[in-house]
Design a protein around this ligand. Structure first.
Ligand SMILES: C[S@@+](CC[C@H](N)C(=O)[O-])C[C@H]1O[C@@H](n2cnc3c(N)ncnc32)[C@H](O)[C@@H]1O
Length: 228
């Protein structure tokens, strides 16, 4: 639910809404979700990004300009309208004509046609959802993707969010896979695809949301599908 006074989207983890109480309007242009990591940037540089792409759970725009530079059109979708408003704000004028934003709950049926997209990009998010919800979301990603479309996604594991006093923030309902659990799970999910998979470590990163600050550490898995 949007709070009109501050346009802050309250989380509701039990309903699979993993927003973070962020007042995006008062955050600087850099993403609150940290720097764009090199592995993902390199992949976006080398992958065949053409046609129409869906940036799912796009947040406040990390990587979105990289997609926009190469694709013909990018639909940036998120449940948090204030994040999307910031994403529009940080999009260079010359790329804005290729950008469409869409408020949507990823845990529900997507309102896109079958085979609408040449690619789906989703980072920093899908590890949050319980397994069955993830499977439903993946089914929708597959439905809206062209048969030779590409998926690029990442998946954080072994997550720790540590407050300055040393206590941990535990996100309710988050499965928090170990690296090995997630690798086994994702290899089954992607069994019908040709895919590359790399694993890496997120260097401790300070995350500053409006009312909280913590250090985020995790491992992560980066996957991209491809066709010959
Ligand atoms: C950790 S942020 C990552 C944002 C961006 N992809 C990035 O990597 O910088 C997670 C994003 O998922 C969005 N989100 C959480 N639950 C959602 C849901 N049920 N439907 C759509 N978006 C959701 C949040 O609003 C937030 O923008």
């Amino acid at each position: 639910m949007i709070n009109d006074a501050h346009a802050i989207m309250k989380p509701n983890e039990k309903q699979n809404i993993f927003t973070d109480d962020v007042d995006y309007a008062s955050t600087p242009d850099d993403s609150v979700w940290g720097a764009e990591d090199k592995a993902t940037n390199d992949l976006l540089q080398s992958a065949n990004i053409t046609g129409k792409w869906l940036n799912l759970c796009a947040g406040d725009g990390r990587f979105n300009n990289r997609l926009l530079i190469r694709a013909d059109q990018v639909i940036a979708a998120d449940i948090d309208e204030s994040a999307l408003r910031k994403l529009i704000r940080i999009t260079p004028k010359k790329l804005k004509n290729k950008l469409v934003t869409k408020e949507m709950n990823v845990a529900k049926r997507f309102t896109f046609e079958d085979g609408a997209f040449d690619g789906v990009f989703c980072v920093g998010t899908l590890h949050l959802f319980p397994k069955q919800i993830f499977k439903n979301i993946f089914g929708e990603i597959e439905r809206v993707l062209k048969h030779d479309g590409q998926i690029i996604m990442d998946f954080a594991t072994d997550i720790k969010r540590t407050y300055p006093d040393g206590s941990l923030w535990i996100v309710e309902n988050e499965p928090n896979y170990t690296l090995n659990e997630a690798l086994s799970f994702l290899k089954v999910i992607f069994k019908n695809y040709k895919f590359n998979i790399v694993t890496n470590k997120v260097e401790p990163e300070k995350v500053k949301l409006n009312n909280r600050e913590y250090v985020f550490t995790s491992n992560y898995i980066l996957i991209n599908t491809f066709t010959d």
